[in-house]
Design a protein around this ligand. Sequence first.
Ligand code: BTN
Length: 254
Amino acid sequence: MAPIGSSILELASVDSTNAYAARGLNEGTLGHGDVVTSAEQTAGRGRRGTEWHTEPGLDLACSVVLKPEKLDAGDQFLLAKAVALAVHEVVAGYLAEAGKDPGRVHIKWPNDILVDRAKIAGILVENELRGALVSTSIVGIGINVGSTVFADHLQATSLRNETGASLAPALVLRRLCGALEQEWQRMFRDPGAVASAYAEELWAKGRFTGFIRDGAPWQGRALDVDAHGRLVVEGADGKVEALGLERLRYGPRN
Ligand code: BTN
């Protein structure tokens, strides 16, 4: 298996790198470890049907094609955890190099990367299943690298804003590929270590926070994320439950 990033396709403009990667997989022109990046995305996609905006040439938009040899469909969220850890590591590394506290970087369930309360990176994993296995996965990652201005409602930040450094998105991508390859290998070798490292980096872990639960405001505290990707939360009454995205999300302006 070629390491992630052995081949990086750099486009000037594309609708979405995830959509491009899906077309490449269908046509057989892209395979395991291939990465697609584009200076501009005209229809960048976020989770839950949202749009994802990257400032052309300043931010990183990329998609990684993965073809696991054996990943159970039930372990899909383990892959999401591994990817979130890799992005976390890259962002935290840049903060540390700039003399800033890398402990401010966290993973907000399910897989947003935050610096304090501001989002710096988003991840969109799109899996294809064959029987009980994940046959292909397209891992889309957007990192705010050089953007400096964000609409207030986005609660976002960038590497530039956090470190003061002007980084080339291509440089960040190379580091990201290395981190993804490490986490990809660890995921098969030691899945428990990936799960516990992810839990360690969970945003607002153990702190009471506002959620929307079954459509209504609710206070709870995150303890962990289970193998199915559900957040394990404790309510004010001490009851612990695992709730999925269909029932639970963070409330606005946490
Ligand atoms: C989110 O937080 O909502 C996920 C954002 C994912 C954005 C990336 S940018 C590269 C790749 N191509 C897309 O269209 N989306 C992902």
